[in-house]
Ligand binder design. Structure first.
Ligand code: KG4
Ligand code: ZN
Length: 337
């Protein structure tokens, strides 16, 4: 089954064709990073406009690269939630139009479910149940994936997402947007123990996260040092800051896995590309736990992950009609249709 899939929830316009939920036939992504960089963050209105400009030509390009014809397509999948509402609506309406014109089933996909499903494209042996940690620019979740369309949230952020914390810290250090990847590179040159940034743990919600404190701490640290005229080692700050964020993520995830007797662990989302996080999880997991980490090319937003999850939504009988709407916020536990 070939699924044409669309992703436009934030600043990537992405179209892919995925076969049977597991095989990428073609996958094209247009990243708007260069456009938003000058503003230091995503400008929603500009994101929507670029999606409109790009989505049609990307679809043509995706089909051309696949070597298939439009007649070979069996369904259309699209990210319907969560995300920037204007941005989501572009992909959603384009997908609706495509499905209607070709008389194909329309499958709405949850963005965070799709991030998890990116792993299905890389690991044929991976099947639920497993424990997943999804860490992106907008979300930080620990989720029990009971089945392909059955999720239970065990931990979540109480304030900012891990990606937001990376991006804010990077901005304070003068690194380009989005800062996560730059912080990752710089951290490799610094001492992660040079500065002690706060790590928040909640006694009653041991798997929940909070990153607002560490964000404030880096702002204050840099501000105070500048006021005192102290020389700053940006590499040491990047390493110590990354150490605090990845420490919280790894500790909570591994603790949750242990206490819930989970042997299969999966990470997903943009921040799952972080090298320090990967090292900590590999070092901290027990030998009988298997850890799946997406290839770096599938950590960030892409259309292929939507096609992978779309396949399993279709198998579960989930399809939408043309009344489908986009939602800026929606729990991974709930069904879009
Ligand atoms: O999943 P994603 O592409 O988009 C959302 O759904 O939000 O995640 C983007 C986030 C950004 O905050 C970006 O800085 C972060 O992922 N990111 C990283 C790394 N690569 C991307 N954070 C830390 N280390 C990285 N290597
Ligand atoms: Zn994402």
């Amino acid at each position: 089954m070939n699924i044409l899939s669309f992703e436009s929830s934030c600043d990537e316009t992405a179209v892919a064709i995925v076969r049977d939920g597991r095989e990428i036939v073609s996958n094209v992504v247009f990243s708007q990073i260069d456009v938003h960089k000058i503003y230091g963050g995503v400008v929603p209105e500009i994101a929507s406009r670029y999606h409109i400009e790009k989505i049609s030509q990307l679809t043509e390009e995706c089909i051309r690269q696949s070597g298939l014809t439009e007649k070979d397509l069996d369904a259309v999948a699209v990210t319907a939630a969560p995300g920037l509402i204007g941005a989501l609506l572009v992909g959603l309406n384009f997908a609706k139009g495509y499905a209607y014109a070709r008389d194909l089933p329309l499958i709405p996909v949850h963005h965070i479910r799709a991030h998890v499903a990116a792993n299905y494209l890389a690991y044929p042996e991976l099947k639920p149940p497993f424990l997943a940690m999804i860490v992106s620019g907008g979300h930080s979740h620990i989720v029990l994936v009971n089945d392909y369309t059955d999720y239970k949230i065990l931990g979540r952020t109480k304030d900012d997402a891990a990606g937001e914390a990376f991006d804010k810290g990077a901005r304070v250090l003068g690194l380009p947007y989005p800062g996560g990847v730059h912080m990752d590179r710089l951290a490799k040159e610094g001492n992660p123990k040079a500065i002690s940034f706060p790590k928040v743990h909640f006694k009653d919600d041991p798997y929940d996260f909070s990153f607002s404190g560490v964000k404030t701490a880096i702002v204050n640290y840099v501000h105070n040092a500048k006021q005192k005229g102290e020389e700053l080692s940006v590499a040491d700050i990047a390493a110590s800051y990354s150490n605090a964020i990845t420490g919280i993520l790894a500790e909570n995830f591994l603790r949750c896995a242990k206490e819930h007797h989970q042997k299969t662990l999966v990470i997903a989302g943009g921040v799952s590309a972080n090298s320090m996080l990967r090292e900590k999880l590999l070092a901290g997991k027990s030998p009988d736990q298997k850890l799946f980490m997406p290839p770096l090319s599938l950590c960030g937003d892409n259309g292929a992950m939507v096609g992978a999850q779309g396949y399993y939504e279709f198998q579960a009988g989930h399809r939408a009609d043309l009344s489908l709407n986009a939602l800026s916020a929606f729990s991974i536990e709930n069904q879009l249709c």
